[in-house]
Write a protein that binds this ligand. Structure first.
Ligand code: DC
Length: 212
């Protein structure tokens, strides 16, 4: 049987991770957070003291780093970096790492290998439906109003005010949408789901219905 992939893409704060994980749980499928892979590379770049502007050196890190992303756990070179990859240093560095075409080539290769090895699953990111698995069984583009996205992220990071979070999200959205390599777009054939007024359960129900 060909691999079955449910691709869930969308901007920061659209509810992607929570919803994608819940869809995988509901359907008994594997789940891969590809954003955690880009964050893992950014973490390794910072840990190794590599210059973020040195594209070749950053690409070398991506090719050599040992990444193990399983559920919400992320091991980088054997060390548990699950918390560190969500911290401010990695968050500030990750857009530059994700804009590096050679990094993307390497991580897309690893993402496709994950599907080959596990036979499919729910994969979330920015380019899953457009680049990684354009033939996915189902492609969903999750979105939410800028205000709701900022509020959700501020709830996750209580130390930061909504204004500061909103500014940070705007910067990252701009960087992710305007970069030359695999920008965040709504993939051909993707179903758009606005989660602004939906509970997680509503969003999961809607996605499971799309499959039926
Ligand atoms: O979903 P996230 O915030 O953890 O993603 C971290 C960064 O990685 C974000 O700047 C977008 C980028 N990313 C990407 O370019 N492609 C993906 N498939 C997943 C994430």
């Amino acid at each position: 049987m060909p691999p079955q992939v449910i691709a869930i893409d969308g901007p920061a704060g659209s509810g992607k991770s929570t919803v994608a994980r819940a869809v995988a749980d509901r359907l008994g499928l594997e789940y891969l957070d590809t954003g955690a892979m880009y964050r893992g590379v950014a973490h390794a770049v910072l840990r190794r003291g590599v210059d973020l502007n040195d594209a070749e050196a950053v690409a070398t890190v991506a090719r050599s780093v040992d990444l193990d992303v399983t559920g919400s756990r992320c091991l980088v070179d054997g060390e548990d970096a699950s918390e560190a990859i969500r911290g401010p240093e990695v968050t500030a560095a990750v857009s530059a790492v994700a804009a590096n075409p050679a990094v993307r080539v390497e991580l897309v290769k690893r993402q496709r290998r994950w599907v080959d090895e596990l036979g499919g699953g729910v994969m979330e990111g920015r380019d899953i439906g457009s680049v990684v698995f354009p033939d996915a069984e189902l492609k969903v583009y999750l979105t939410a109003s800028a205000e709701v996205r900022a509020r959700r992220r501020a709830d996750e990071f209580p130390g930061m005010g909504v204004q500061q979070v909103a500014a940070e999200i705007r910067l990252r959205d701009d960087a992710d949408s305007s970069r030359a390599a695999s920008p965040l777009i709504t993939a051909d054939g993707a179903r758009v789901l606005d989660t602004s007024d939906l509970t997680v359960r509503d969003a999961v129900d809607a996605i499971v219905e799309m499959l039926e």
